[in-house]
Design a protein around this ligand. Sequence first.
Ligand SMILES: [Zn+2]
Ligand SMILES: [Zn+2]
Length: 287
Amino acid sequence: MNFATTLTMVLFHLGAVAALFMFNWKAFATAVFLYWFCTGLGISMGFHRLLTHRSYKVPRPLEYLFAICGALTLEGGPISWVAVHRIHHQNSDLPGDPHSPRDGAWWAHVGWLLFGETNHNNTRAMSKYAPDLARQPFYVWLNNYHWVPMIGLGGLLFAVGGLPMLLWGIAVRVVVGLHATWLVNSATHMWGRRRFATRDDSRNNWWVALLTFGEGWHNNHHAHPTSARHGLAWYEFDPTWITIRLLRRLGVARAVQAARVNTPLPGREAPAAPTLEAPEREAVLSA
Ligand SMILES: [Zn+2]
Ligand SMILES: [Zn+2]
């Protein structure tokens, strides 16, 4: 068991439960705002669609701001997050996938973090899968010290609104964000519709999409990983795509890649053609 990770998770969950006994609207509103700021801008816009898949570009300072937002979610630093997610796309639902429900729904949700290989602090090992980030000292620093922004924000919240503000703005907001993100790894590889016959089990799941600013349109995403747009049909609500489109209109986002609902599934995301088993191959050859 990964002792430090497990202990941290338990403490944050206890903090989230404690927060329920000290509710106030100001603390609640702060938590909602920070949920959008950290999970929406940091994970969906930043770590995922920008840093992992490079589906659009923004000026470097804004990219770094998104990365700091992402570090505020307790999902590790940018190099580790990007590396794990690139490995997930490489081996989706096959041996080597860090979190596939084929190894159990609970495993895909959180078990892999508590009991799996722990590499999130091993910047060197993870850099192999994110050489583009590892070249930038800022990302190496943030990967090693991904918990520093959280300490700073926690101190600020405590100074402004005491313990209720700290528990709502950090504990509740982080725990909800973690489970929402983990649902993308568990639920959207089990439950929902498949528009594209991808080589994995990914699904489009509307309620996960609502919790994650559009990340629940996961079958669309596995079909077209470099598309900044995940909700492809008009009824597939994708707040992150709306934000990226807004940034493009303002001239801030460039090189935005977007698939359409009728864009065909690229060959590399389709299942490999069935290969003949050895005895069958021999039969074919000797015929
Ligand atoms: Zn996936
Ligand atoms: Zn992805």
